[in-house]
Every structure is written in structure tokens, then in C-alpha cells.
Design a protein. Structure first.
Ligand code: ZN
Length: 132
């Protein structure tokens, strides 16, 4: 029987049964090997405000949140893409989840430049900045 994908859309192998997980976006129940898991940085501070604060030397906390999506939601959110027949056979590694905004196109996946990271700050100067 011809296969659409080499791994049949899963990474279960010949394991048999496996637990089901819920999609974090729509709540659908999907097998764990079929679900798409992405770890995205999350900050309680808005991005533009965080940039301003880091410029002044404050350390803005960044938490990593792991999300589980079904295939429909992963494609809708731009984590996975519909691929051509010959491209479908190779394995893809999910590096990050692009942010989807209304009315904008999703930019291509690029690694953040090292120069964008804020320089290390001294603990003494940080306290003075946060008080003001
Ligand atoms: Zn879903």
C-alpha cells in the first residue's frame, strides 16, 4: 500500500497503543505521537516594553512554555506547512513557533542574532534602574 508519509504522520513506530493528549488550542484529543509539541518563550511583559527595559539594563524574566497542538492547529498557526509530495518524506524539526498576527504574513524562520541580546549587567546598576 502506498504511504503518504514515511512515518504515517506519527512517530510511534510499531509500539501499539499510546496515551492521548489534548490540543492546547482547540481541545481535540490526539495521540501523543501525532501531536506537535513546541516550546515558546513567554514573557508577562509586552515585547516593546521589555525591549525598552532591557535597554535600560533591567532583567526581564522569560519563561518557556511547552504547548501541544493537533495537526490542524499546527498548520493553522504556521508551525507546520503543507508540503509537496517529494518533500513530505523527509523529517522536519520544529525549531520555534512563529507568532501569527491579524493581517500580517508569517516571517521565515531565522535564528536571532547574537548582537540583539542585551549585554550582561552588574547587579548594583540594575537595582538603581528599577527604583527610578
Ligand atoms: Zn487543535
Amino acid at each position: 500500500m502506498p504511504k503518504k508519509r514515511k512515518n504515517r504522520g506519527r512517530h510511534k513506530g510499531d509500539k501499539g497503543k499510546e496515551p492521548m493528549v489534548y490540543c492546547d488550542n482547540c481541545g481535540k484529543l490526539v495521540p501523543r505521537s501525532k501531536a506537535v509539541r513546541v516550546t515558546v518563550p513567554y514573557s508577562p511583559v509586552p515585547a516593546d516594553l521589555a525591549r525598552e527595559l532591557e535597554k535600560q539594563g533591567a532583567i526581564v524574566p522569560r519563561y518557556y512554555v511547552t504547548k501541544t497542538y493537533c495537526i490542524n492547529c499546527a498548520i493553522y498557526l504556521g508551525i507546520l506547512k503543507v508540503r509537496a509530495e517529494d518533500e513530505r518524506k523527509r523529517k522536519v524539526t520544529i525549531t520555534r513557533a512563529p507568532v501569527r498576527r491579524e493581517g500580517t504574513t508569517i516571517p521565515p524562520v531565522t535564528k536571532p542574532a547574537q548582537s540583539q541580546l542585551p549585554p550582561p549587567t552588574q547587579p548594583g546598576s540594575q537595582e538603581a534602574q528599577t527604583k527610578s
